[in-house]
Design a protein around this ligand. Structure first.
Ligand SMILES: [Zn+2]
Length: 106
């Protein structure tokens, strides 16, 4: 997990990069959850865009942004779900999106 990248992308997509104390979890049903100091929500942790679930939320968000369509078009979406190439494709996408957004003039 690349925390600096994931934090940047989380905030760039308008989500909360949760601030929580990993030693203070609350049990909700069978899940260990935390309370975020910033958004006050019950959370399970921060985004890790190498993980499929977090990645698909990122991809959905990118698809809905007009200015990212050209960036998105340079990737083959099928690679993200590929058994062999999936993880490295998702990492590559997240890394490049990070660089793209970081160097893009606002
Ligand atoms: Zn939060």
């Amino acid at each position: 997990m690349n925390e600096e990248r994931d934090r940047f992308l989380t905030e760039a997509m308008g989500w909360c990069w949760h601030d929580f104390d990993p030693d203070k979890h609350v049990n909700t049903y069978s899940l260990e959850a935390y309370v975020c100091n910033k958004c006050k929500g019950f959370i399970l942790g921060n985004n890790d865009f190498s993980v499929v679930e977090d990645f698909s939320r990122l991809l959905d968000r990118v698809k809905n942004q007009e200015h990212l369509q050209e960036f998105l078009a340079s990737f083959n979406e099928r690679d993200f779900a590929d058994i062999e190439k999936g993880l490295s494709s998702r990492e590559d996408f997240a890394n490049q999106l990070y660089l793209f957004l970081k160097t893009r003039p606002v």
